[in-house]
Design a protein around this ligand. Structure first.
Ligand code: CMP
Length: 145
């Protein structure tokens, strides 16, 4: 049985046109299927809606500024353990910590700062569903049960 997750390749990754295809190869080499992928450009309102749970936190403005700074990529991934697999591949939220504790992860390799951490992955099946719907309104969940 396949699990779904939402992945983001954030604006710093997409600023270098060589990186998204390279990262997608890495994703597929780890046995995660790429079911959907598309470029996204957010308004401030889009960022505030997606990251609503972080409103009021000290990094909220910074986070929304980063995520509206340029185009990024949204992907739907699947595998038997997609949520854990993708989060294991991207590594800890904080790139500096990732470089120490998980040097083979994508955030260790590419992440810049606590905010500009290059990747996102859903943290639960419920959130994955909400986040996939946010980006892919017509996604056919029934076809992927
Ligand atoms: P993401 O996994 O997309 O979910 C929330 C984002 O907020 C996170 O990645 C980072 O970009 C940002 N973030 C989380 N914690 C911090 C922090 N302590 N300082 C700055 N930014 C953060």
């Amino acid at each position: 049985i396949q699990q779904l997750t939402l992945a983001l390749l954030k604006p710093d990754i997409c600023a270098n046109p060589l990186l998204p295809p390279k990262i997608i190869e890495t994703i597929q080499a780890r046995n995660l299927n790429v079911l959907q992928q598309k470029p996204v450009l957010w308004s401030q309102a889009d960022a505030e809606a997606f990251y609503g749970e972080h409103r009021g936190k000290f990094f909220f403005e910074r986070l929304c500024g980063y995520m509206t700074s340029g185009p990024f990529m949204a992907l739907v991934l699947s595998s038997p353990n997609a949520i854990k697999d993708w989060r294991a591949l991207i590594g800890p939220t904080h790139p500096v910590r990732a470089r120490i504790n998980a040097p083979d992860t994508l955030r260790a390799l590419y992440g810049l700062t606590d905010t500009r951490n290059s990747f996102h992955g859903s943290d639960s099946p419920d959130n994955a569903k909400q986040e996939i719907k946010f980006f892919f309104k017509d996604f056919d969940f029934k076809a992927h049960q």
